[in-house]
Design a protein around this ligand. Structure first.
Ligand code: BTN
Length: 253
């Protein structure tokens, strides 16, 4: 992997583990001890993988778990969901897989989730230190063997009907992330590409945000990456975090 990685920033320090609790914790420890921008920790399985909104993340063998320490300027922090989900999309494209983004940064193939992204930011006394971008991809695993997720999740091997090397997926992922991170200042074009790839826009959706479920038409993204909904009474509502379900397909994206 190391030999194949021709990146400038992402992967300049690389830790590969067979198994760990959560790569997020290992990466954070390294960053706390001064590891540089672009430090990567990857594992072939996790015992305590975590997902967004306080959920756990299933990481058996056959999945890729990677956490990348990134230190963008604070004003560009809002671009991390965009560059990380676009990097996954581009990496999957090298395997001829057409995927799409479900807001904020789930990666979907034909409506089923293949990858989840968790971004955790570290601050000391109110000052921004670094972010840890956690990316979990279902590579070689038969989702059919897990009835609790079979309807909502897929994997690369399920889609391709063959297994792929986890290290190849990782290599493409880090390469694409490096390209996007290097041009993170180009925020307008990154945002445009992100919106183009986001299947959520233009649909009538339900967003579960905390205890509340909000219904509306996903009109556009705000410059912060929040989702702007048009409600039935014509008013708008900005959503910062939540789980999206598409209720009605539409084409006026
Ligand atoms: C989600 O969709 O809820 C986000 C899932 C993020 C999972 C990845 S796997 C690598 C990293 N380590 C973790 O414990 N979580 C993230």
């Amino acid at each position: 992997m190391r030999a194949g990685l021709k990146t400038g920033i992402v992967g300049r320090e690389l830790t590969c583990l067979d198994s760990t609790t959560s790569t997020q914790d290992v990466a954070r420890e390294l960053a706390d001890k001064g590891s540089p921008d672009g430090t990567v920790v990857m594992a072939l399985s996790q015992q305590a993988g975590r997902g967004r909104l306080g959920r756990s993340w299933f990481s058996p063998e056959g999945t890729l778990a990677a956490s990348i320490v990134l230190k963008p300027p604070l004003r560009l922090l809002r671009l991390l969901p965009a560059i990380s989900s676009l990097a996954v999309l581009r990496a999957l494209k090298t395997f001829r897989i057409q995927a799409a983004i479900k807001w904020p940064n789930d990666v979907m193939i034909r409506g089923k989730k293949v990858c989840g992204i968790l971004i955790e930011n570290a601050f000391t006394a109110g000052k921004y230190d670094f972010s840890v971008v956690g990316i979990g991809i279902n590579v070689n695993f038969d989702t059919g063997r897990y009835p609790e997720i079979a309807e909502i999740a897929t994997s690369l091997s399920t889609e391709l009907k063959r297994e792929v090397l986890v290290s190849r997926v990782a290599l493409h992922l880090f390469t694409e992330l490096d390209k996007l991170y290097t041009r993170i200042h180009n925020s307008e074009s990154i945002f445009r590409e992100w919106a183009r790839q986001m299947e959520t826009l233009g649909h009538t959706i339900a967003v579960k945000s905390g205890e509340e479920t909000i219904y509306g038409m996903a009109e556009r993204l705000t410059p912060e990456g929040n989702l702007l909904l048009r409600l039935a009474d014509g008013s708008t509502r900005e959503v910062v975090a939540g789980d999206v379900t598409v209720l009605k397909e539409s084409t006026n994206k």
